[in-house]
Design a protein around this ligand. Structure first.
Ligand code: S3P
Length: 455
């Protein structure tokens, strides 16, 4: 697939003894929100540990286009926010590149303002459903103009006075929950979001930290009711972004699969809404020590020690999906090397990620010799410990469909496969984990760019 930028094919090969101590770049979800809330709050926000991936940088540019002042001084990002309710009309379309989170959350943040804002993105983002965010915004009085049936490009115009709504989120999506809450920031009265299935709670926690009047009530069935008082004052904060557990997943699974590995990953975010993969891998028999568990800036963090392990297949229940939604492609790679069958349930949301991740994962597995079945919302992988016959001896590349996590997952697969594994594009990895190649090769992984695949 072409995105107007030359594809950068890459290849990985069987490796041994990955070892070292590393820090992973900052969490993507918290980094997006740090730029957004810092850009909106009154006064100064100072951020360290920010993920400087393309997705987050695009969010920073959007906030600048709406009046925030953002600069980097040494290791710190310093933001002077506009004050809540005081964003400026962007003069040009806001380009979110590959980033669903940046785009959907900003649609909520600015969509209720009484001026036009236009949203555009790359070939992947332009295919993704925006109706899940546009529908509640319409209920709040936002006028939506789209020539592509609720796909980008989309132009929003808010009413003079937005309508506070009570919105029950119809799918497990932190982006939808967050978009409605952020729209509520510039809406008079109380905006209420009912979340039947808990998803990552960074928006709630961070808005409280910035001084918003936001409460969360959880009933006996785990249904959460989040109430936000609109038009309150937000005040700039000091934020240290912990390491991204979703990026951590790649060196972590690599260390489990590559024999003789012993790796320490420091300062990983351990918010319980994000740790489903670690739990699942531990159930599979993974040797992962959670060390120095501590609290930092209102979040749980820890260091992880990971050693090469013999894994066994498990059933991953559907209700675990929200806590590991971005980790299924790399879990599928771990499952391919496990003894027995791994069954992953409740994967419907995977179909609307940067690619249709369920079919992209299944296609990549099959191309590289893995026995698997893709269902409507399930993936079943029958593993083969040792990876004999895995990889693609003919050098055929996995199609990544502009999806960073598909690219990284299959590069991890090649490290434990008999034959090399190729991907058609590793350039897209820069959206979330620009250091991936250097970090992995620094641990001893045999990954290289693959000129033979270049078109
Ligand atoms: C995110 C929410 C999730 C996740 C994405 C980041 C967020 O998306 O896949 O990578 O920061 O709110 P959904 O809300 O679509 O599940």
């Amino acid at each position: 697939m072409s995105h107007g930028i030359a594809l950068k094919p890459a290849k990985s090969r069987k490796s041994t003894n990955l070892s070292g101590t590393v820090r992973i770049p900052g969490d993507k979800s918290i980094s997006h929100r740090s730029f957004m809330f810092g850009g909106l709050a009154s006064g100064e926000t100072r951020i360290t540990g920010l993920l400087e991936g393309e997705d987050v940088i695009n969010t920073g540019k959007a906030m600048q286009a709406m009046g925030a002042r953002i600069e980097k001084v040494g290791a710190e990002w310093i933001i002077q926010g506009t004050g809540n309710g005081a964003l400026l009309a962007p003069e040009a379309p806001l380009d979110f590149g590959n980033a669903g989170t940046g785009c959907r959350l900003t649609m909520g943040l600015v969509g209720v303002y009484d001026f036009d804002s236009t949203f555009i993105g790359d070939g992947s983002l332009s295919k993704r459903p925006m109706g899940r965010v546009l529908d509640p915004l319409r209920e709040m009085g936002v006028q939506v103009t789209s020539t592509a049936g609720d796909r980008l490009p989309v132009t929003l115009r808010g009413p003079r006075t937005p309508n506070p709504i009570t919105y029950r989120v119809p799918m497990a999506s932190a982006q939808v929950k967050s978009a409605v809450l952020l729209a509520g920031l510039n809406t008079p009265g109380i905006t209420t979001v009912i979340e039947p299935v808990m998803t990552r709670d960074h928006t709630e926690k961070m808005l409280q930290g910035f001084g918003a009047n936001l409460t969360v009530e959880t009933d006996g069935d785990g249904v959460r009711t989040i109430r936000l008082e609109g038009r309150g004052r937000l005040v700039g904060q000091v934020i240290d972004v912990p390491g991204d557990p979703s990026s951590t997943a790649f060196p972590l699974v690599a260390a489990l699969l590559v024999p003789g590995s012993d790796l320490v990953i420091e300062n990983v975010l351990m918010n319980p809404t994000r740790t489903g993969l670690i739990l699942t891998l531990q159930e599979m028999g993974a040797d992962i020590d959670v060390m120095n568990a501590r609290s930092a800036g209102g979040e749980d963090v820890a260091d992880l020690r990971v050693r090469g392990s013999e894994l066994k297949g498990v059933t991953v229940p559907a209700d675990r999906a929200p806590s590991m939604i971005d980790e299924y492609p790399v879990l599928a790679i771990a499952a391919a090397f496990a003894e027995g069958t791994t069954t992953m349930l409740g994967l419907e949301e995977l179909r609307v990620k940067e690619s249709d991740r369920l079919s992209a994962t299944a296609a990549g597995l099959k191309l590289n010799g893995v026995d698997c079945d893709e269902g409507k919302e399930t993936l079943v992988v029958r593993g083969r410990p040792g990876g004999k016959g895995y990889g693609n001896a003919a050098g055929k590349a996995v199609v990544t469909h502009l999806d960073h996590r598909i690219a990284m997952s299959f590069l991890v697969m090649g490290l434990a496969s008999e034959h090399p594994v190729s991907v058609d594009d590793a350039g897209i990895i820069a959206t979330s984990f620009p250091e991936f190649m250097d970090l992995m090769t620094g641990l001893g992984a045999r990954i290289e760019s693959d000129e033979s695949q270049a078109a």
